[in-house]
Design a protein around this ligand. Structure first.
Ligand code: NAD
Length: 265
C-alpha cells in the first residue's frame, strides 16, 4: 500500500491541475468563533492546503461574545451568498451557542464538513479513508469491517460508507463487552479505530495477519501525538499517526469544496 503522505501529495497535484482549468477559483469560508489554540492550528492548515491547490479561502473570525442569533444570521448570509461554494464552522463554539443548532443551520449544499444530516457531502474523515483505501485497491465486498467508535462525525458515517461498499460491518463502542470486542477484532479484515484512547488497539489483541487497521485517533501527550493503535501490529498494513488519517481529512475538505463548486454550476 502507498503511504498516505505520498497519496495525498499526488491527489493535491491532481486537484491543483483541475482547479487551474476552472473559470474562477472555488471559494471556501471558514467561520471561527473561538480563541482556541488547537483551532488556530487547524485553520492555518486548512488555509494553507486551500492556497496550495488554488482554492480561495477566507477566515471569517467573529467575536466570542456574538449571540447565537447573530451567528445564525451570519450563517444564513453565507447560505445565500452565491460566491461561496462551501463553508465550515470551526468547533468548538462558546458555551452560550448550541453546536447542534449551528450544524443544522449550515445549508446542506454548502456543508463541506458534512455535519448536517441532509448534507450533500460525506464527513471528511470517513470519506477520506474510503477514497484512500479504494484507490489502494482494497476490496470491501464480503469483508469483515469493524468500526470501533460510534460518533456522528467518524464512527457512524464510516460504518455507512463501508456498508455501501458491501462490507459486513460491525460497530463497537464504549458499552461493548471486552470479550466480544476481542472476538470482533480477531475476525476483522478491516478495522477503523476512532476512540480517542492512546494505543487502544495493541499487541494483546489477536489479529488476522492480512488485516488492515485505519487509525483515526489523535491523542496528544506531552507534545507527542499518538494514535489509537500501537505501531507495528502483526498485520498487513496500518496507517500511521501522525502523517495518516489527519492528512486524508484535510485533503477531503478540498475535494468536497471542489464538488460544491461543480454542484453550483
Ligand atoms: P468521540 O469522543 O465523539 O467518540 C469516541 C467513540 O469511542 C464513542 O463512540 C465511544 O462509544 C467509543 N469508545 C469510547 N471508549 C470505548 C471503549 N472502551 N471501547 C470501545 N469504544 C469506545 O470521538 P470522535 O470525534 O469520533 O474521535 C475519535 C478520535 O479520533 C479522537 O482521538 C479524535 O481526536 C480523532 N479524530 C481524528 C480525526 C482525523 O482527522 N484524524 C478526525 C476526527 C476525530
Amino acid at each position: 500500500m502507498q503511504q498516505i503522505r505520498q497519496y495525498v501529495e499526488t491527489r493535491k497535484e491532481q486537484l491543483k491541475a483541475q482547479i487551474a482549468k476552472l473559470e474562477r477559483a472555488p471559494f471556501l469560508v471558514i467561520v471561527q468563533v473561538n480563541d482556541d489554540e488547537a483551532s488556530n492550528t487547524y485553520i492555518r492548515g486548512k488555509l494553507a492546503d486551500a492556497a496550495e491547490v488554488g482554492i480561495n479561502a477566507e477566515l471569517l473570525k467573529l467575536p466570542t461574545t456574538i449571540s447565537e442569533g447573530e451567528l445564525l444570521d451570519e450563517i444564513t448570509a453565507l447560505n445565500h451568498d452565491n460566491s461561496v461554494d462551501g463553508f465550515i464552522v470551526q468547533m468548538p463554539l462558546p458555551k452560550h451557542i448550541s453546536e447542534e443548532k449551528v450544524k443544522q443551520a449550515v445549508g446542506p449544499s454548502k456543508d463541506v464538513d458534512g455535519f448536517h444530516p441532509m448534507s450533500l457531502f460525506n464527513p471528511c474523515t470517513p470519506l477520506g479513508v474510503m477514497n484512500y483505501l479504494t484507490e489502494q485497491g482494497v476490496s470491501f465486498e464480503g469483508k469483515n469491517a469493524l468500526v470501533i467508535g460510534r460518533s456522528n462525525i467518524v464512527g457512524k458515517p464510516m460504518a455507512k460508507l463501508l456498508l455501501q461498499a458491501n462490507a459486513n460491518v460491525t460497530v463497537v463502542h464504549s458499552r461493548t463487552k471486552e470479550k466480544d470486542l476481542r472476538n470482533y477484532v480477531k475476525n476483522a479484515d478491516i478495522i477503523v479505530v476512532a476512540v480517542g484512547i492512546k494505543h487502544f488497539l495493541n499487541k494483546t489483541f489477536t489479529y488476522k495477519k492480512e488485516a488492515i487497521v485505519v487509525d483515526v485517533g489523535i491523542n496528544r501527550q506531552a507534545g507527542i501525538t499518538y494514535g489509537d493503535a500501537e505501531s507495528d501490529l502483526p498485520i498487513y498494513f496500518q496507517t500511521p499517526v501522525p502523517g495518516g488519517v489527519g492528512l486524508l481529512t484535510r485533503l477531503t475538505l478540498l475535494e468536497n469544496l471542489l464538488e460544491g463548486y461543480n454542484n453550483g454550476i
